[in-house]
Ligand binder design. Structure first.
Ligand SMILES: Cc1cc2nc3c(=O)[nH]c(=O)nc-3n(C[C@H](O)[C@H](O)[C@H](O)COP(=O)(O)O)c2cc1C
Length: 444
């Protein structure tokens, strides 16, 4: 039975949301950034695009250079959107990117138009301000069209085009078709492209991710409701226009809905506040793990005496002794959200409350970047948590580490990193063991 059916039959969910509409939608989509970079400048731009896409909860952003991409056709096939990039060499895409384009003919085109219906966008970088980048973007958009892919443009007005304009502005180079960047030929990727060009790139990544999410959501609704996740219309309107948090009453109501859903789903459900776009109000959705709400049998008893787990606990205590306990709990809840660990979410949300955490902040934790409720120190710790938790994708970038360094001493950074590493280890153990949190009904 889907949640929607349960709601329509007058279940707990419907009572909690006061007979208002319930819509079901799905959780995670993938967006890939495929790039070539001879000297590292376009790579910097690609990382900014990836970071922009990854800002949206529910979007898994993949970054791959053209060599890796040619080993990952299946991963690309399941992406909702692919963002292409080549540096502009001799007025067109670099030879390596061209080789990638040609390589798509067999595993993608000949496989039966395998990318058709996806979304795509592009960005490029060159030495000169114009540098004939437009010619490259046009070629990349044609490449997308050849694959039956829908094109997403940059969506920013041209800047730096008046006496008041400056190079600090996003879209300072005035592109429409995609994002442009310019890197002085005597500067390395540590200095170029400019911050404004990287901001432009980040904007493009986020725009593609938002549009891809909307497409995926529309498709799942038009295909019939998907029981994987739920968004509740009434909650969307509660959040609309409130960028800086949720009123206490709303938070309580959200918690009540969450508890009702948990009872129905027989597993924890976490709300996320997502800012989809200016034209679309914030969406509150629920993440459910891939088990889709079914009861699971524990595989191993992690609570039985065990030296390995005891050693992990001791290391955990050491790390916690150097840090604010409320911050540690916040970090652990965030990592457990990303990993989807019901056992650890239950445990560490409880700890967070014990240390004075507010329900509103925990409800908004998924969207901390968008919320003014988190301090600079917490933001640095949360960004570091996300970087280390998603290490295979992020490789813990310098800019995230620099923020951590500004807020924490060397010893505290080690403690924080140990705490993050350990919660990731505990998440893996608990998920692998199918550990039940205390309130959860057991499967027979
Ligand atoms: C073979 C070659 C051709 C280039 N052609 C152009 C060009 O047509 N227009 C331009 O503005 N810059 C051109 N450049 C400069 C690069 O676009 C610039 O250095 C860019 O930052 C390189 O990006 P990457 O570090 O990601 O390779 C060229 C560079 C090379 C190596």
């Amino acid at each position: 039975m889907t949640f929607t059916k349960a709601a329509r039959q007058g279940g707990v969910l419907e009572q909690s949301v006061r007979q208002e509409e319930v819509i079901v939608m799905h959780s995670t989509i993938k967006v890939a950034v495929v790039y070539h970079s001879g000297f590292g400048h376009t790579k910097k731009q690609a990382e900014a695009v990836r970071d922009g896409a990854a800002e949206l909860r529910g979007v898994h952003a993949l970054l791959m250079d053209v060599t890796e991409a040619q080993q990952r056709w299946i991963d690309l096939e399941v992406c909702e959107a692919i963002i292409f990039s080549a540096p502009t060499y001799m007025g067109s895409a670099s030879a390596e990117f061209k080789a990638f384009q040609e390589a798509t003919s067999r595993p993608v085109l000949a496989k039966g138009f395998a990318w058709s219906g996806k979304l795509a966008a592009s960005f490029t970088n060159s030495g000169a301000r114009s540098g004939d980048k437009l010619s490259n973007l046009v070629q990349l958009s044609l490449f997308a069209a050849q694959h039956g892919v829908h094109w997403i443009n940059l969506g920013l007005p041209p800047a730096n085009n008046s006496s008041q304009g400056s190079d600090e502005e996003r879209n300072r180079l005035g592109f429409w078709l995609g994002a442009g960047a310019q890197s002085n030929v005597d500067q390395g990727p540590d200095l170029a492209p400019t911050r404004s060009d990287l901001d432009t790139a980040r904007f493009l990544g986020r725009r593609v991710a938002e549009t891809a999410w909307q497409f995926a959501r529309g498709r799942s609704i038009s295909n019939g409701l998907d029981p994987g996740t739920i968004s509740v219309n009434t909650l969307q309107s509660s959040f609309a226009g409130k960028d800086d948090g949720v009123a206490g009453g709303e938070a309580k109501r959200l918690l009540a809905v969450r508890m009702s859903l948990e009872r129905f789903a027989k597993q924890p459900c976490f709300f996320q506040a997502m800012h989809m776009s200016r034209s679309m109000p914030s969406v509150v959705s629920l993440s459910l793990d891939s088990q889709g709400g079914r009861q699971m049998k524990p595989r191993i008893n992690l609570a039985s005496p065990n030296e390995g787990i005891e050693a992990m606990r001791a290391a955990n205590q050491w790390a916690a002794s150097l840090l604010d306990p409320k911050l540690v709990a916040l970090v652990k809840v965030r990592a457990s959200q990303i990993n989807g660990c019901n056992f650890c979410l239950h445990m560490h949300s409880g700890e967070a409350f014990k240390h004075g955490e507010s329900p509103t902040r925990l409800l908004l934790l998924d969207a901390w970047r968008e919320s003014a409720l988190f301090s600079d120190l917490e933001r640095a710790a949360l960004a570091w948590t996300e970087s280390l938790t998603r290490i295979a994708e992020t490789h813990a970038p310098d800019e995230v580490f620099e923020e951590v360094q500004r807020c924490f001493s060397q010893n505290e950074i080690i403690a924080l990193s140990v705490a993050i590493a350990l919660i990731n280890a505990f998440n893996r153990l608990a998920i692998g063991a199918r550990a039940h949190h205390p309130d959860e009904p057991q499967a027979n």
